[in-house]
Design a protein around this ligand. Structure first.
Ligand SMILES: Nc1nc2c(c(=O)[nH]1)N(C=O)[C@@H](CNc1ccc(C(=O)N[C@@H](CCC(=O)O)C(=O)O)cc1)CN2
Ligand SMILES: Nc1nc2c(ncn2[C@@H]2O[C@H](COP(=O)(O)OP(=O)(O)OP(=O)(O)O)[C@@H](O)[C@H]2O)c(=O)[nH]1
Length: 465
């Protein structure tokens, strides 16, 4: 099943640079490179050189020198992919890079698919799947917190956690199976209270990992912020003010914003992912209704919900809207009531919002979006919605949506075990749910899985990685 071909790709970013690196990986990497490489000084083949050495020479095609290069040599299994690797550092002209790639292909290499080097590293056992996935996250990391998380995961932080979990689960099955051996004699070898303690530990670990995704996702992709509110209250104006550009359409016609607009901005080093959503109101317009549906679904995904209200409106109207949204806010979400248009709003409405009773996860701020007044206070509240210090303390934080989905399944399976213990079901049924849980964990590390999953993961990598 393992593809034996030798692959090549430009591994530095596309375009002109001072130097570019072309990478070759596969059993024939060294032999293929030798066909186009000449060392004027030593005359030696790369095949006769030691591993982990650098060589100056030139790449030649039809007696024409394409470029003077430096070559790095790695020998299987001691390389990134676990295969022979040759890295050619050439001058960074796009033409030269392309020419070198061409001669390599002419001499038996084939162009690598996106992520194929990393995929090979995985298939050759250099790293597990969660580590391979983290390689992409390291490359994409754009802030210190995201970089730290991704690097930790690439180094196997998450894999260690998963393997600890698996050890616990195996211990559990061993206990249950031992009991099954004694089944006839009706002994309860695996005493139920010990089993229960173990299951609860596993459940807690899984829950901890699963719950860390909200934080992990916020760090990796920005804190998700939904901007909601009736039409014409100033949502788009607020978004534009926060983004500092005219990203969303602002108009006086109600229902201008029909779709969800997404934008990531870095405000004082914290990334926020904004969804400006269609105004929520009863409407006959079908397209607008679709947008409103989507607003509600986005609300669930948000860590911070900005409910924009128009202080031109009477307080009872504003209050009833707040009430409706409150019902949809989960305990882990922060609801910020953004009282807008304070430049010309009703004094009575403003005062009544000021004295409203708020719960722990609610805040109220008073702004004029159009005049960009008091935005800082709003930004501060949004920043405080995630706890970066908590992230620093936690060993492992799940940042990958695929892992999160799997962990949810694994957690459900373990809850079934707990339930099974309550119902005093037999050991063989308990073992079945445990095995399911084990299976899920193996999906994270890639010990089980389909080609389809692999294909999906690596196709989102860049070429040359
Ligand atoms: N030039 C170059 N720079 C690079 C990479 C690369 O492939 N080439 N990397 C690619 O992502 C990253 C570094 N990652 C690497 C990971 C493992 C090995 C490697 O050769 N591993 C061997 C030997 C380990 C050792 O000597 O300790 C091994 O695992 O057996 C190389 C690079 C970033 N910088
Ligand atoms: N006086 C005043 N007017 C504002 C303020 N913020 C927004 N507006 C005005 O309110 C109107 C509606 O603003 P939008 O930002 O389009 O409102 P929206 O909530 O996105 O509206 P929909 O797209 O219909 O949902 C515009 O005419 C804005 O100029 C403010 O702080 N003060």
């Amino acid at each position: 099943m393992l593809d034996q071909s030798t692959i090549c790709a430009i591994s530095t970013s596309p375009g002109v640079g001072a130097i570019a690196v072309i990478r070759l990986s596969g059993s024939d990497a060294i032999a293929i490179c030798d066909k186009v490489y000449e060392s004027p000084k030593t005359g030696k083949l790369l095949a006769d050189q030691a591993a982990n050495t650098l060589h100056f020479g030139k790449i030649v095609s039809n007696d024409e020198t394409i470029d003077e290069v430096v070559i790095a040599l790695f020998r299987a299994p001691h390389s990134f992919t676990g295969e022979n690797i040759v890295e050619i550092s050439c001058h960074g002209s796009v033409y030269i890079q392309q020419q070198i790639l061409n001669v390599l292909v002419e001499n038996g290499a084939r162009l690598a698919l996106p992520g194929e080097f990393t995929q090979r590293a995985f298939l050759n056992g250099k790293m597990d799947l969660s580590q391979a996935e983290a390689v992409a996250d390291v490359i994409a990391s754009s802030n210190a917190a995201a970089q730290k998380l991704a690097l930790n995961q690439m180094r196997g932080g998450f894999s260690k956690e998963i393997s600890a979990l698996r050890d616990q689960l195996l211990h559990f099955t061993a206990m249950v199976e031992l009991e099954l051996d004694f089944g006839e004699e009706d002994v309860e070898f695996a005493d139920r209270s010990a089993l229960r303690i173990l299951t609860e530990e596993i459940e807690e670990l899984l829950r901890k990992l699963k719950d860390s995704f909200q934080l992990g996702n916020a760090i990796k992709n920005g804190i998700p912020v939904a901007i909601i509110g009736e039409t014409n209250v100033g949502k788009s104006t607020l978004l534009n003010a926060l983004l500092n550009e005219d990203r969303a359409i602002v108009s006086e016609i109600h229902g201008t914003t029909r779709d969800v607009i997404e934008d990531v901005v870095n405000i004082h080093g914290t990334a926020f992912r904004f969804f400006d959503t269609a105004g929520i109101r009863e409407t006959e317009d079908q397209i607008e209704n679709l947008g409103i549906e989507r607003s509600y679904s986005k609300l669930e995904q948000a860590t911070v919900v900005l409910l924009v209200v128009d202080t031109h409106n009477s307080f009872p109207l504003v209050e009833s809207r707040i009430q409706k949204i409150r019902e949809r806010i989960a305990p882990h979400q922060t609801l910020i009531i953004v009282a807008n248009k304070i430049d010309s709003g009703l004094r009575d409405t403003i005062q009544q919002i000021e004295v409203m009773e708020l719960t722990d996860n609610e805040k109220a701020v008073f702004i004029a979006a159009k005049q960009k007044e008091n935005l800082q206070e709003l930004i501060d509240y949004m920043s405080h919605s995630i706890n970066l210090e908590e992230a620093e303390q936690q060993d492992v934080i799940v940042t990958n949506a695929r892992h999160y989905e799997i962990l949810k399944n694994a957690h459900e399976a373990i809850l079934r075990v707990l339930n099974g213990l309550d119902m005093q079901i037999t050991g063989d049924f308990l073992a079945q749910d445990i095995r399911e849980c084990l299976h899920y964990l193996a999906e994270i590390t890639g010990e089980v899985g389909t080609e389809e999953v692999l294909g999906h993961i690596f196709k989102n990598f860049c070429i040359g990685k």
